[in-house]
Design a protein around this ligand. Structure first.
Ligand code: SAM
Length: 252
């Protein structure tokens, strides 16, 4: 197993987390003074750190053992081996195959916001679906849900996760340009600059009065997103923050 070792902790390196997963990290682990990012192969990374080599099994077993169920709104996100006796709606995911296990603040906030806003029969788009978690949650809430991801490699994992959960959102490789709206709600857990760039596309993808839920936004980058959305004609509706991560709800 190939490990990219960065100096710091989860808090100081939080801004790099989405990028590490986007570049193919299968999991992150905090060690004293360091964060280890596990990759299936070595690659050129635009980040300060060094590569370590580990025997293949150690990390995976330890990481699986330590993984805890995560509660978010009416949902609990479980790995297939977790037992759970609570009344929450279960989302069972094979962790580590794609971003979106519910352990990141942004995913949890998106799950909570979806639970508040999705109604049965709504057309919902999850842009950047990763593990499929948000499309699966929307489908469980009764939506006609669709998830797309620019990374074709995550789609088989998202499809398998949907199957395990007994729902059938449409899941495919794609971007905002390749989908066929209009949607009543679009949710996207990306990053501030990309949201700003996509703002006019979000307006086109949504029906009048539709809801936009954006996260993956570091609080310090929030003004970039707000400015772009307001220039594209969106009206602010709600803001959530967990740690330094923000979720914004806007109406078209
Ligand atoms: N939706 C999941 C969640 O909330 O946990 C995963 C979010 S993960 C931070 C971002 C995902 O967006 C990655 O799977 C990445 O491949 C995908 N992505 C990045 N840019 C994209 C784009 N322009 N269009 C579609 N997907 C994109």
């Amino acid at each position: 197993m190939h490990v990219f070792c960065l100096k710091g902790d989860f808090e100081t390196l939080d801004a790099y987390t989405p990028l590490l997963f986007d570049l193919g990290a299968r999991g992150l682990e905090e060690k004293p003074g360091e964060v280890w990012a596990y990759f299936p192969d070595r690659l050129e990374l635009p980040l300060p750190g060094e590569w370590l080599e580990l025997p293949d099994t150690d990390w995976l077993e330890a990481w699986r053992r330590d993984l805890k169920p995560v509660k978010a709104g009416p949902f609990v996100v479980l790995a297939p081996w977790h037992a759970w006796a609570g009344d929450e709606q279960r989302i069972v995911l094979e962790p580590g195959m794609a971003f979106g296990t519910g352990h990141h603040e942004t995913t949890r906030m998106a799950l909570e916001a979806l639970a508040e806003r999705v109604r049965p029969g709504m057309r919902v788009l999850d842009l950047g679906t990763g593990s499929g978690i948000l499309a699966i949650a929307a489908a469980k809430l009764g939506a006609e849900a669709e998830g797309v991801d620019i990374d074709a490699a995550v789609i088989p994992h998202a499809l398998e996760n949907a199957r395990i959960n007994g729902v059938s959102p449409r899941l495919a490789e794609g971007t905002l340009e390749s989908v066929a709206g209009p949607y009543a709600l679009v949710v996207a857990n990306l990053y501030a600059e990309l949201h700003a760039w996509l703002a006019p596309g979000y307006a086109e993808a949504l029906e009048p009065g539709g809801t936009l839920l954006l996260t993956g936004i570091l609080a310090e980058r929030e003004p970039v997103v707000r400015k772009a959305l307001e220039a594209a004609g969106f009206a602010p509706r709600q803001r959530r923050q967990e740690g330094e991560w923000v979720l914004l709800a806007y109406a078209r």
